[in-house]
Design a protein. Structure first.
Length: 268
């Protein structure tokens, strides 16, 4: 039988996917795990941030639907990995997720996190690993996991930096938006509480805040995973103090002064 070039390409692609996403269910194996990982995990959904916090994990038992049998089964991942971090985050953040296990590829696929279905991608320190999440072994060199919802095979994500996070009223701040490659991003929408701004050609925007209070800042752009959220504190401008004048105008001082005047008046 003659195999066409197209079929060969498809078979090759499937083989590559199988290798890159390979991970084996270990529910029936005895195992010991001394490895442990502590780090940040952030989960950016379609409309909002689902979780942002720190987790500590080692081995993990996860539940997934077997694609071939349709059965819900347990799988043991005997080293810290992004799926284990997702599971721990779901416990801390009290949100739901679901997985499907594909025996043909020996791989797990995220079906949903909360109400967002499919199109989930993961990055490690803003880099895209060429391996399935269930088979990626986290080490002390890995600091942050980002799970992001993006309806695109090409994964891009936004990063945000601010020159100052504590300022006084009417003081300027400059916000810089870049992508996962640290390239500046033009026309990203920067949210400052309810207000929005667009970044310029240099990926930045300068804002003056006139009211004191707490402000949450993050950025979004189409075909990009949302940036993290940063808090800015705006305090009242420092006033020049005049201790003697303040004392002079105090109620206690005026009362004493008034009593002295009355006393002198009657003595006269």
């Amino acid at each position: 039988m003659k195999i066409t070039k197209s079929i060969m390409l498809i078979l090759t692609a499937l083989s590559v996917i199988n290798i890159l996403t390979s991970t084996i269910p270990l529910a029936t194996e005895e195992h010991l795990c001394s490895d442990e990982w502590t780090g940040r995990i952030r989960i950016e959904g379609k409309e909002e941030t689902i979780f942002d916090g720190v987790v500590t994990i080692s081995d993990t038992t996860i539940i997934a639907k077997n694609k071939d049998t349709g059965e819900i089964e347990e799988y043991i991942l005997d080293f810290p990995n992004p799926l284990g971090a997702l599971n721990e985050a779901s416990i801390q953040g009290e949100f739901s997720y679901s997985l499907t296990y594909y025996p043909e590829w020996e791989a797990f696929l995220i079906d949903t996190i909360e109400s967002d279905s499919d199109w989930w991608h993961y990055l490690i320190d803003y880099s895209i690993p060429m391996i399935g999440a269930g088979n990626y072994k986290l080490t002390e060199e890995d600091n942050e996991i980002l799970w992001g919802y993006l309806e695109n095979w090409y994964v891009h994500t936004l990063k945000i930096s601010i020159d100052k996070t504590e300022i006084k009223k009417n003081e300027e701040i400059t916000i810089q938006i870049t992508n996962e490659l640290d390239e500046t991003v033009e026309n990203a929408i920067v949210y400052l509480n309810e207000e929005t701004y667009l970044t310029d050609v240099d990926g930045s925007v300068t804002i003056t805040i006139s009211e004191e209070g707490s402000y949450q800042v993050y950025a979004e752009k189409e075909d990009n995973i949302r940036s993290e959220e940063i808090s800015i504190q705006v305090k009242k401008s420092k006033e020049i103090q005049y201790p003697f004048l303040t004392r002079l105008l105090s109620i206690d001082f005026i009362e004493v002064l008034f009593e002295k005047i009355i006393s002198l008046h009657f003595k006269i």
